[in-house]
Ligand binder design. Sequence first.
Ligand SMILES: [Fe+2]
Length: 145
Amino acid sequence: MNKNTVNPFRWKSDFSVDIAELDDDHQMLFELLNHLRATIECGEASALPWIIDDLLQYSIYHFRHEEDMMEECHYPFMENHKLVHRMLENRLHDFVKNPEYKENLEAATWLMGFFAEWLKDHIAGMDKNYSECIQDHEEGVNCAN
Ligand SMILES: [Fe+2]
């Protein structure tokens, strides 16, 4: 069993934002990262474009999901949060558009590490901050006041 098999990308309860549907999204992002990891480990370069595209499309879906929920509760730091989402989307788009990175195992390995670190930092550093606002909104409390 190699090191990566022992230590796959795994959602853990420390990553919880205490909103079940957003935790589900985050778990799916970790699953997609594991799919990418397994593909790289098997050397299946021809499968990389659609797996990376899945990661991009799901990231966009998830970011809109978070943004809709932040908007509903009038989260005061939403604009900055959206900007950070767009920056990540742009990096993924740039990667997908670059013909040199297509079916490139080395480039995909870099992307996987970059995305995994980004995701963990983003959940801990930004996503957890909206938790109280969204929960209050769901319980009928207005956090903008
Ligand atoms: Fe976010």
